[in-house]
Design a protein around this ligand. Sequence first.
Ligand code: SF4
Length: 117
Amino acid sequence: MKIDGNEIEKAAMGEFHKGNRAEGLRIQEEFAARFREEYAQKDHCPCQKACRYHGNCKECVAIHRAHEEHVPNCMRAMLNRKIRALSELTEHTIAREIEAPKEVLRNSISLNSGKTE
Ligand code: SF4
């Protein structure tokens, strides 16, 4: 089961947008139930950082809400897709002004260099 861009959850959102709240909730619970079953034991967290809170969404989200600097790692791809669309407004020239920070990953492979440390 893929979580990001899940078709069942997207269908639920489609119903919410049409004003069909009851049907949206029914479909959303179908997604949640499948998630619950499939990820009862399996790791659902895509974060590659070396972090003691890996997979512990409750504490991970609380930490990010507390420091208010950025969102949990699992939200990056979705937000980057939306930011990319905005970045087109300046022909992505913001890329000349920013550099992603170096990260310590679980497998000790840097996202920035791709080299093993
Ligand atoms: S909220 Fe944190 S722990 Fe949960 S999936 Fe996202 S990155 Fe992983």
